[in-house]
Design a protein. Structure first.
Length: 151
């Protein structure tokens, strides 16, 4: 590992999705964090939901579940009126996003270190990633994926 390239990251080996479960109804994952980031950018739960392809109701329910997880809200919202409504991240909401993204980076680096020597031995590579939400084709051990030009 050289100083110019930095530590290895999981992006060179796989896709990581971290979900934290604190109880049956208390979960934090990449979708809720992305929604918080969108609210921080656009200043609206509705606009953030639209940006992410979800209804206002779905976005609001996700934010409500996050707000109920903590002693103070992670998103503050004001209802419409003559100047319209809006939403933004509270200091706790900003702290949550920062902590989650840092944990995600740390986890990527740890996984990359642990799998560093195994990547070269994998029979599935980036070329076998399908268009189906980035999932890789599942193969039997030791079997290589068929190349598209052989079919």
């Amino acid at each position: 590992m050289s100083a110019s390239t930095g530590p290895p990251t999981l992006r060179h080996t796989a896709t990581l999705s971290v979900r934290l479960r604190f109880g049956a109804d208390a979960r934090i994952g990449p979708g809720k964090i992305a929604l918080l980031e969108a609210i921080g950018r656009v200043g609206s739960i509705a606009a953030a939901g639209r940006e992410m392809g979800m209804s206002y109701r779905r976005a609001w329910l996700l934010i409500d579940s996050l707000n109920r997880m903590f002693d103070t809200p992670v998103v503050h919202a004001s209802s419409g009126g003559s100047h319209g409504g809006g939403a933004g991240l509270s200091a706790l909401g900003e702290q949550l996003v920062t902590a989650y993204r840092a944990m995600e980076r740390d986890t990527e680096q740890a996984v990359a270190r642990h799998f560093e020597g195994l990547r070269a031995r994998m029979v599935i590579g980036e070329t076998e990633v399908s268009g189906d939400a980035g999932r890789q084709e599942v193969l039997q051990p030791g079997r290589r994926a068929a190349s598209p030009d052989r079919d």
